[in-house]
Design a protein around this ligand. Structure first.
Ligand SMILES: Cc1ncc(COP(=O)(O)O)c(C=O)c1O
Length: 399
């Protein structure tokens, strides 16, 4: 996950990269999942309704549906991650029941999907399209800016900016009402600002201030212990985001129902300020560079291949998807070693095996390698070395 440091503010400040933050009708939210929940509420999804979701998913895409008492029906994706519209057409009745409210389509890994056909499919049936841009903050999807195809679109700020929280809800269909959120409390405001600084100092990114900030937080927690009593160990740990939980904790948190009050709370000023002010060019260029580096490193190798080697113009990838022939037990070892990698292997219970679906296979074979802007060349080389050690069959010596 990106962490604040002086270099966060390096580079051109001008807005030369379209992002969902420029959407004319957008609302900052506390997370991407909160934005999905608010999107569903805007579309009047409730108990007894059905939302169509892809078989390849993170549980945070499903839990907002369940939180509102609606049901999820899973659809298959093709080898590019696009919805299998042939399957959907065959399985959604011609007279669409009023209960089928929405189709959620993600731009996986930050690579914008062509959306014309999906938009037309939804229009023909009166089903709302939720464009999930949690991985895709920047760029265009075909003829339109990212986030302008769905009746509603959502995004996640923490995946691109050094903020402890944040998401976006964007409304495209006229007639939808922007939700009113409760303001963040003064404590939330102060905590967000101090979490951002504490995270930067804990990672040694704020040269000149690291010791001062870490000292201030150490003093604060010592005083708190003195007043409240309690354990000394671990109390100086920097704040954690979902990206910093261990894997089991992270999955459990993601499977849980959504925190409703938090989803209806406005984003804090500090997180909003960071996401608006940080120069974007460095984020986009560094991520594209890292993606190209991995594509080069993992092409023509035995045992792995880049899942989607072609990077569309001016998007910023969220992660690098690597297809691995035998991902276990190497994946668990990578996690244990702290290599920044994840896999969407815990699907929502009851996801069916569907003909022609790439989703279930991806959830086993696709590793998502970090490619965010704060990784160094040394970090990239270490990731490549681990992949080579664990998954790549060495070429046989020439005779
Ligand atoms: C495709 C997709 N949509 C939505 C979300 C939810 O975003 P957030 O973590 O900001 O709640 C995620 C989170 O990983 C995601 O991968």
């Amino acid at each position: 996950m990106p962490v604040i440091g002086w270099r966060t503010f390096a580079g051109a400040a001008q807005v030369d990269q379209h992002s969902l933050l420029d959407h004319p009708r957008h609302l900052p939210t506390t997370s991407g999942r909160a934005a999905i929940l608010l999107a569903l509420e805007c579309l009047h999804v409730g108990p007894g309704d059905l939302v169509l979701l892809p078989t390849y998913h993170c549980p945070t895409m499903v839990s907002p549906v369940k939180t509102l008492g609606a049901d999820a029906a899973f659809y298959p994706i093709d080898e590019h991650g696009a919805p299998r519209l042939d399957w959907l057409s065959a399985h959604v009745p011609a007279h669409v029941p009023a209960s089928i409210k929405a189709l959620l389509v993600p731009h996986y890994f930050g690579l914008p999907q062509p959306m014309e056909a999906v938009r037309a499919w939804c229009d023909a049936r009166g089903i709302a399209l939720i464009e999930d841009c949690a991985h895709a903050m920047f760029g265009r999807a075909g003829a339109r800016p990212i986030g302008s195809w769905g009746d509603v679109a959502i995004a996640s700020l923490t995946k691109f900016f050094p903020t402890p929280e944040g998401g976006i809800l964007a409304l495209n269909r006229t007639g939808l009402t922007m939700p009113a959120l409760t303001p963040a409390s003064r404590i939330d405001q102060v905590k967000a600002g101090s979490d951002i600084l504490h995270m930067g100092a804990a990672h040694d990114r704020l040269t000149g201030l690291n010791r001062l900030i870490r000292g201030a937080f150490a003093l604060k927690s010592a005083l708190r212990r003195l007043v409240k009593g309690g354990p000394a160990a671990g109390s100086q740990a920097p704040p954690s985001r979902h990206g910093e939980l261990d894997e089991a904790e992270e999955i459990d948190a993601n499977m849980a129902l959504i925190d409703l009050p938090l989803s209806h709370r406005a984003l804090t000023h500090a997180s909003g300020w960071i996401s608006r002010r940080v120069p974007r060019r460095r984020i986009v260029e560094a991520r594209r560079h890292h993606y190209a580096f991995f594509t080069e490193a993992f092409s023509h190798r035995d045992g792995v291949h880049p899942l989607l080697p072609a990077l569309p113009a001016d998007c910023a990838p969220y992660v690098f998807p690597l297809w691995v022939r035998t991902p276990d037990p190497g994946y668990a070892e990578m996690r244990k070693l702290g290599v920044p990698v994840s896999r969407w292997d815990r699907l929502w219970p009851g996801v069916p095996a569907l003909p022609g679906d790439a989703g279930k296979s991806w959830s086993h074979h696709v590793l998502q390698l970090a490619c965010h802007q704060d990784l160094t060349e040394a970090d990239l080389r270490r990731i490549v070395e681990q992949v080579e050690r664990l998954f790549i069959t060495p070429a046989a010596p020439a005779r």
